[in-house]
Design a protein around this ligand. Sequence first.
Ligand SMILES: Cc1cc2nc3c(=O)[nH]c(=O)nc-3n(C[C@H](O)[C@H](O)[C@H](O)COP(=O)(O)OP(=O)(O)OC[C@H]3O[C@@H](n4cnc5c(N)ncnc54)[C@H](O)[C@@H]3O)c2cc1C
Length: 448
Amino acid sequence: MLTSAAQLAAYGADGLGYKNYLPDAVVLPADAEELVRFMRGTKSLGLPVVMRGAGTSLSGGPVAVQGGIIVHTSALRAVREINAEGFWCEVESGVTLNDLDAILKPHGVFYPPDPSSGPVCTLGGNVASNAGGAHCFRYGVTSNYILGVEAVLLDGSVHRFGGPAGGRGPWREDWKRFMIGSEGTLAAFTRFWLRLLPLPEKVWTFRATYPDLRTTESAIHALVAHSSYPAAIEMLDPRGVAMVESSQMACGLPEGSFLLLVEIDGPAALVDARVAPVSEILRQAGALDVMFSEEDTIRKKLWKARKAAGGLLGQLSPSYVVQDAVIPKRALAEVLQLVYDEADAAGIRAVNVFHAGDGNLHPNFLFDSRLPGDLEKVERISKRLMERVIEVGGTLSGEHGIGNDKSGYMPLVFGPDSMRLQLAVPAAFNPAHQMNPLKVFDCRRFAS
Ligand SMILES: Cc1cc2nc3c(=O)[nH]c(=O)nc-3n(C[C@H](O)[C@H](O)[C@H](O)COP(=O)(O)OP(=O)(O)OC[C@H]3O[C@@H](n4cnc5c(N)ncnc54)[C@H](O)[C@@H]3O)c2cc1C
């Protein structure tokens, strides 16, 4: 258990470093049994309980807004079983994504969800946020790969929803859907059974640049509509490209244009045959320049640049906020233009690096929370953006979750009846809202 001020300071924030809430204590259970014993005692402690994996959430998820105890799962790191023939594995909730990838690779299988925080983020955080990633355009998000969840409730009871046999075991398989994306408000996850896929035989990565938003959007539409069905369609705006090129991740991206990063994978003969049509689509849409490669070193460099972009943003300004709205792709250029116009008018830098194939925007607003008025400006722009997102038929979050950062926007999407129904779920698991209070719903306050 950690209690000194210096230790607790490390747990005050998540990926949105500008909001800080000090917990009263942090516990690091040595194993699942210790976590169960801890949970059993929490009712009598009368303090909020906040689960935490790596703390990379970008929505204010694993922070102790009402104080209380943070449970850090970093010791629950075992990959318990890999069943490559059955295409599943059993892992503890503190296993990091890239560690899992490395362990699975020699078995010829992989776990597709790939948030850019992979080097550190945990499966527990991924399941609780229903994380996505670049390759989720074709492969789907975390919920598509969870066969089973083991969860500990506040009374210390251990429940298994699903398992390696998916719905065919003696468990309430469907209830796992309540767990996925629950943002730490229902239970503490100790282990998961994950669905795996065979590693693709061959992969081609394309890089195409465009002069403006409209042509980039038309390239995205053409790609999405084509039967080559790319695994990933990612976009970096000129500001994102400039940021990468002035960093250690520089990889010769042409500056001053919008960049699409596209990937196709599958059986060698099939993907090889798709290289020409995909590059033709990118060109016909108005690309200034198209390059593609099957070479691992080139491909990895491009992906490293794309995946490091989020971290690089954190170095450009003292504070940043990233929104996670999803919009119908036909509104892409219009909504992005709104982001630039509103941010430029307010004197706030906005950089867009996001999952274009899914219409999952990530406008990053760079500011200084110490300067009077800066945060208010960012909040105003974010609200204006969210209102427009809802008007065009979009929604608040594609993969980061709501946390306490986006809970204020919930009434923009959900009416009182819908909110009441949604609130009934956490209330069934912990009626006093002791688990991760003030997350997802502003009214989920814990009265100790
Ligand atoms: C640079 C960067 C890039 C990112 N890129 C992506 C991306 O491409 N796609 C994406 O989806 N996200 C991305 N994220 C956001 C973040 O990494 C994901 O949400 C990730 O799933 C969080 O994992 P974590 O282990 O850090 O969880 P944390 O941040 O520690 O927690 C996240 C939520 O999960 C809950 N939780 C954690 N562990 C448990 C558990 N054992 N039981 C119950 N609840 C638990 C917490 O209470 C919290 O609500 C990015 C973040 C950064 C900083």
